[in-house]
Design a binder for this molecule. Sequence first.
Ligand SMILES: [Zn+2]
Length: 171
Amino acid sequence: MLKKMRSPFMPTAYIFQEIMIDGEEALVFMDGNLEIMEQEEAKDVLAKLIKGYKNEDVNKSIKEHNKERQLLHAGFDFENQGRYYRFNHPVYSKKEFRKDLKRNWSFKCGWCGKKVSSEFPQEYYTIMEYSLEGTTGFERGCSEVCIKHIWDELLTNWLKEHGYDPQKYGL
Ligand SMILES: [Zn+2]
């Protein structure tokens, strides 16, 4: 991880102000009062920027840091919530067959293949529709163990598609 000395480094937030020099783009730092950073201070900042970005370990850490941030932004906080939550909501839920069904229906568990039928009422589990792109809400499992397996498989694929190593998260 990146070791932060102070956070943030600059007491004021700066933005890049684009300027043109002989038809070419250049940048200067501008603060919230629209004051532009002077040369001496800028030299110091630039030297430190170069030191930071020249270092390969730092560059690797930046990539990892950003990937982790993107994962949080995508609603996953594996470290604090485990992998069965997204955007603070459980990714699967427990269901019961309605008691007033006119016609029985059944499904096969998406993991173990066991037939689950409303004729023999039992609890079953489904993946929440919002929990992952591409889920239909029809991923069903006969038990919590099975729905967790189903989810793990969906999540593994999602992580791979988004450039993450599932093993890093215990998958
Ligand atoms: Zn099952």
